[in-house]
Ligand binder design. Structure first.
Ligand code: URA
Length: 433
């Protein structure tokens, strides 16, 4: 088999065989295919697409390119959720303990933030002492004991994706439906869950800017997961506004804890309840409607908060901060961003809000950058709210006041204010089952 022939076949609109796709991913993983041929095939896939069968084969080959987790020692049904990434998206911190409080096992491997989107691992590490690296024995032991553990990826899952993603990033081929689906699901399927709920974000803060494209991606990923024998649902949720009011690591943990106490922002609470309902439902706890009631009950009676506190203590975190989130280390400096005009917030460029938080030190530009856990933004007004001239739009937090000017400029430029109140957009656009 020759890579040249595989590239030519796809360039001319042909359908690649399972063997050809396996040959390609083997060569990506062992380094025997040069970058220019990998990039050429990615570009051919970008233009000619792939059938569902080809995309499934690509996904499974990516999944099988590295180590896989074996959760057979975990007793009970295992459920996970995965978000395609957003701004202020701290849903895992609420959804995982809600679901675990009903005995469904949540053995969660999460990522770090990169670019404008945040990552669950960075958020949890803002809790002093919290360990996001556990041995496999500790991880599985904790899930069996308390039903819940959230860790970072300590081993090489789907190494073919790492190589492919790096090349797609510099050859303008990230934005290809089969390549995105194989990348996300290849990594997701390397873990050993029974049920997966995908939260496919749509809008200015996500990498799928239109609902139609998000729906197409959701359908494809659900089909891939089902063909691997998983129970799957994808929700298409709004990321045209940040979720909740907090952007930045410890600020988001505090908002998540308040939500677990029943005092969360309405939009964030709603998305968490729907995600939890579908996870519980896939795990056999009843209809999504009945499971939503269960999820609300776990917030109302404190059992989800209790589960979160158990996880924090089990992973070495300071439990005192969960009871008293006001004791989190505060950023040394803050600055209020005031509105220069009066009117309704018509639109917020959510990606730019994420970049403003990154500029304050809450995120990283490269995987090696360190982050400031208390840096970020607390929004005072969101899309649809009325603001008077001179009123606070947001408060910025950072240990380094030299960072404020750039973040303030980004935030103001990203906030469109006008006389007309904008039409209300849905929080959940669709459920793909
Ligand atoms: N996230 C991924 O993991 N892969 C993609 O291709 C896009 C987003």
């Amino acid at each position: 088999m020759r890579m040249y022939d595989i590239i030519k076949k796809k360039r001319d609109g042909g359908e690649l065989s399972t063997e050809e796709i396996a040959f390609f991913i083997r060569g990506v993983t062992d380094g025997s295919i040069p970058d220019y041929q990998i990039s050429a095939l990615c570009m051919a896939i970008y233009f000619k697409g792939m059938t569902v069968r080809e995309t499934c084969d690509l996904t499974f080959a990516v999944r099988d390119s590295g180590e896989k987790l074996d959760f057979s020692a975990i007793a009970g049904v295992r459920a996970d959720k995965h978000s395609t990434g957003g701004v202020g998206d701290k849903t895992s911190l609420v959804v995982a303990p809600v679901v675990a409080s009903f005995g469904v096992k949540v053995a969660k491997m999460s990522g770090r933030g990169l670019g404008h989107t945040g990552g669950t691992v960075d958020k949890l590490e803002s809790i002093p002492g919290f360990r996001t690296t556990l041995s496999e024995e500790e991880f599985i032991g904790q899930v069996n004991r308390i039903g819940l553990a959230i860790v970072g990826q300590s081993r090489e899952f789907a190494p073919a994706d790492k190589k492919l993603y790096a090349l797609r990033d510099v050859t303008a081929t990230v934005d290809s439906m089969p390549l995105i689906a194989a990348s996300i699901m290849g990594k997701k399927l390397a873990a050993d869950d029974d049920c997966i709920v995908l939260d496919v974000k749509t809008g200015s803060g996500s990498f799928m800017k239109s609902v139609e494209r998000s729906r197409e991606l959701a359908r494809l990923m659900v089909d891939i997961g089902k063909s691997a024998g998983k129970k799957m649902v994808a929700l298409i949720t709004d990321m045209d506004r940040p979720l909740g009011y907090a952007i930045g690591n410890s600020l988001e943990v505090i908002e998540a804890v308040e939500t677990l106490k029943g005092n969360g922002p309405a939009d964030f609470t709603e998305v968490c309840m729907i995600l939890a309902a579908y996870m519980l439902s896939l795990a056999g706890k009843g209809s999504p409607e009945a499971c939503r009631k269960l999820a609300e009950g776990a917030i109302a009676d404190g059992s989800a908060l209790q589960k979160f506190a158990e996880m924090v203590s089990a992973q070495g975190g300071d439990g005192e901060l969960i009871a008293h989130p006001e004791k989190f280390k505060q950023a040394k400096c803050s600055r209020a961003v005031l509105s220069a005009e009066e009117g309704y917030i018509r639109r917020a460029d959510t990606e730019a809000y994420g970049l403003a938080s990154l500029a304050l030190g809450a995120g990283r530009n490269t995987a090696e950058d360190s982050i400031d856990p208390s840096a970020g933004i607390l929004l005072k007004k969101k899309t649809g709210d009325f603001v008077r001239k001179g009123e606070e739009l947001a408060v910025l937090y950072s240990d380094d006041p030299a960072r404020f000017a750039a973040a303030e400029e980004k935030l103001l430029a990203a906030t469109a204010i006008g006389r007309e109140k904008p039409a209300e957009e849905p929080l959940v656009y669709d459920v793909v089952e």
